[in-house]
Ligand binder design. Structure first.
Ligand code: 13P
Ligand code: 13P
Ligand code: MG
Ligand code: MG
Length: 364
């Protein structure tokens, strides 16, 4: 059976600053999706939150970028925004950047990751959801999952993975894309994706049959709005097993924490901490940036019960290291490399300050 998995998310208001999502907003989303399921518009759903971001996970048979499915999500975000305003949640409607819905959420603020595939005999999928960061945060783990045999030994051992994968990389500034075949073009790809704020991995496919393996949301709110409106807080779907990385190989990159852009005011590099669903809320310095991973075992398009993949003592050390990394980089205060580079700060008050000082600058 062909099934579409759609993960659509938006920050419609934070509960106590940008830290949590209000339970009432999640409840409102669950009710709406239960109704959509009753009316057979979707097959199944799961609603959760990562920090202040509302995450709608849906399965259906309508394909990617479907007007009705995007419309269901859009209506929930509008209803959520209205309730968030009554509750005076912080930044109510933060990710609702456009008002007129024309059938597709692309470029409107909410983040979207979707994939359509033939459901296999067994179909494990892992959905990653992040807060306080941007889509470039997925590049290191995707590279490790699909191109690094030191992280994923299946690339060597599994004859069905041995030939490697194809990566679609988006240049989000020029709005162009390029496909790299790995391992052959690994170094060319790394040269680009090392620039995390500009080149982002949109999807990964198997070379044989072109099957979809992973997809991310690559929407950049600053570029859409032309000003700082909070971080993108992206999502990613990864299929596992049988010619794809096994579940352990999908999760392994997060055991070695790395730095991502976002954190406080969306203007700081910080460690990307893998956490369980119950710990997916941000407090210290509005972070540190967090990633959660919910696993599902699809059955005829039904999501069934989620498994909380980072709810594992095996990731305790990574979390501890993240706290140490946080301490180290916090020492730099308002200086780089804790604070982001100037091109990323353009959307904040930095350009205002430069404007204000313009006449005071003298030839030196
Ligand atoms: P099991 O022997 O538990 O099925 O695990 C096989 C495997 O490939 C784990 O990655
Ligand atoms: P969000 O992008 O999660 O809304 O966070 C914004 C922020 O300014 C945190 O300090
Ligand atoms: Mg927010
Ligand atoms: Mg957020």
């Amino acid at each position: 059976m062909r099934v579409t998995l759609s993960v659509i998310k938006a920050d419609v208001g934070g509960w106590v600053g940008h830290s949590h999502s209000h339970p009432e907003i999640l409840e409102l989303a669950r009710k709406a999706l239960e109704d959509a399921k009753d009316k057979k518009k979707i097959l199944d759903y799961y609603v959760t939150a990562c920090g202040d971001d509302l995450e709608l996970i849906m399965t259906h048979k309508k394909g990617d970028a479907n007007k009705e499915i995007h419309g269901i999500a859009w209506d929930i975000f509008l209803e959520g925004t209205a309730r968030a305003k009554q509750l005076k949640l912080y930044g109510a409607g933060q990710d609702i950047l456009k008002t007129a819905f024309s059938g597709n959420l692309k470029g409107m603020g909410p983040g979207v990751a979707e994939m359509t595939f033939e459901e296999r005999l067994s179909e494990p999928v892992i959905i990653f959801m992040a807060d306080k960061t941007e889509p470039g945060a997925w590049s290191i783990p995707l590279y490790k999952m699909f191109a690094d045999p030191f992280s994923n030994p299946g690339l060597v051992i599994d004859p069905d993975m041995h030939q490697g994968f194809k990566f679609t990389v988006h240049d989000i500034v020029e709005k162009k894309e390029v496909i790299f075949s790995c391992p052959e073009e690994m170094y060319d790809m790394l040269a680009l994706i090392g620039t995390v704020g500009r080149y982002e991995i949109k999807e990964v496919r198997r070379k044989v049959g072109n099957d979809i393996a992973a997809v991310t949301s690559t929407d950049r709110l600053n570029l859409i709005a032309g000003r700082y409106v909070g971080k993108d807080d992206p999502v990613m779907i990864v299929r596992a097993q049988k010619g794809l990385p096994d579940v352990g190989e999908v999760l392994e990159p997060f055991a070695t924490p790395y730095f991502v852009a976002g954190w406080n005011r969306g203007s700081h590099n910080g460690p990307f901490m893998p956490v369980s669903e119950k710990d997916a809320h941000m407090s210290r310095f509005d972070g540190p940036p967090r990633v959660m991973a919910m696993g599902f075992q699809l059955a005829e398009g039904m999501l069934g019960l989620p498994a909380d993949m980072f709810d594992d003592p095996g990731f305790d050390k990574a979390r501890m290291e993240c706290n140490q990394m946080a301490d180290f980089i916090r020492r730099n205060g308002p200086f780089q490399p804790h604070r982001l580079e100037p091109s990323e700060m353009e959307y904040t008050t930095l350009s205002e300050i430069l404007k204000k000082l313009k006449t005071r600058f003298k030839k030196a």
